[in-house]
Design a protein around this ligand. Sequence first.
Ligand SMILES: Nc1ncnc2c1ncn2[C@@H]1O[C@H](COP(=O)(O)OP(=O)(O)OP(=O)(O)O)[C@@H](O)[C@H]1O
Length: 390
Amino acid sequence: MASVTEEQVREALSAVNDPEIKRPITELGMVDAVTINPSTGSGSAESVTVRLLLTVAGCPLKDTLNRDITAAVKGIAPEADVVVDMGVMTDEQRKSMRDQLRGSHSDREIPFAKPGSLTKVYAIASGKGGVGKSSVTVNLALAMAQRGLKVGVIDADIYGHSIPDMLGVGDRRPTQVEDMIMPVPVPNATGTDIQVMSVGMLKPRKDQVVAWRGPMLDRALVQMLSDVFWGDLDALLLDLPPGTGDMAISLGQHLPNAEVLVVTTPQQAAASVAERAGTMASMMHQRVVGIVENMSYLVTPTGDRMEIFGSGGAATVAKTLSHRFGYDVPVLGQVPLDEKLRVGGDTGEPIVVSDPDTEAAKVLQGVADQLSGRSRGLAGMQLGLSPAGR
Ligand SMILES: Nc1ncnc2c1ncn2[C@@H]1O[C@H](COP(=O)(O)OP(=O)(O)OP(=O)(O)O)[C@@H](O)[C@H]1O
C-alpha cells in the first residue's frame, strides 16, 4: 500500500511556486499528472512521479523546480523515490495560462499607472553618467528585498545597461509565455527574489549596439512596463539613463506617479546637472523623493577622510530643489567611495549583500529604510497639475 495519496502529493505541490511567475505550480496548470507506485516489498521503495509541464522548452529554472518539487514530495513521503518527469505546455495550455494571469483582454496597460496601484515606483536619475546610479539602484533593490519587500528592477539605461551584470544575471534571457515576458528572478540570501528586466534583454544579442531614438525608447519602456508579468510588487526601481533625455520624458508620460531619486557626486559641477534631472522630473509632474550623494569621501588606510570630489553637492541640490518645488527634498544618504562597492558590482554580488557591515552598505541600507518605511499606496501621488513658477 502507498504511504501517500495523489491528493496529498498535490497538496504538497501547492506550496511550490514557479520561480518566475511566483504562483503555485498547481494553480498554473503545470502539474499534469501524479503517479504513485507502491513499494512491492523486498526492499523496493515506493515511487512518486510528478509529470510537470514547463512553460517553455529549455526553461532556465527547471533545476530549481526539480529541487523544490522533490523536496516537497520528500516532505510527506521521506522514503519514496521521487521522479520529476518534465514536458512542455502546448500552445493552447500556454495561452490559457497567460489568460489566467493577465485576463483574456489584449490591451496593453501599465499596471503601475492604474489609479489603484499600490506599487511604489522610484526612478533613479542623475545629471551625468558614471556617478553610481546603477550601483545605488541594485543595492537599494536588494536592501529593500532584505526588508521583506517584493521588488522589481527595470534597467532602462539604454547607454549602459549594467544592472543584470551587477546582479549576477548578465547572461540570462527572460522567458516568454505567449506575449507575456517573465522578469528574471535574482535569488538573494533572504529568500526574497527580486525581479529584473533590462533594456539589454530586449536586444537579439547582448553585445549588439542599439541607436534608438525617442519612439523606439518609448516602445521599449512601455514593453518593459506592460508586457512583463511583474505580479504584485511593493516597489519598482527604474535605473534611467543619465541626463534629461527621451527616456525620462517617456517615463514622465507613462508613469507620472513615479517618484524620482536623484544621484549625484559632491562635486559642484555634477550637482548643477543633477538639479536639471530633478527639475525635469518635476516638469513631468513627478515628485523628487530625495538625493543620494555617492562617492562622498574616501577613508584612507590611516583613517583620514579625503573628499576627493569636493563636498556639498547633494546639499546644494537638495536646497535648490526644495526651494524651487516648495516641498522638502532631503539628502537621504552620503555613500563613501569603497573598493568593495565597485568589486561587488563587478562580481554580481552588491555590497549590501557581500559586505553589509561596511559604511557604504550601511548608508545604502539607511536609504532603503527611509524608502521602505514609506507607505505603499496613494499617498504622494501627483495630481497632474503643473507646478507654478518654472
Ligand atoms: N561609492 C563607490 N565606491 C567605489 N566605486 C563606485 C562607487 N559608486 C560607483 N562606483 C563604481 O563606479 C563605476 C560607475 O558606477 P555606476 O555604473 O553605478 O554609475 P552610473 O551612474 O550608473 O553610470 P552610467 O552612466 O554608465 O549608467 C562602477 O564601476 C561602480 O562600481
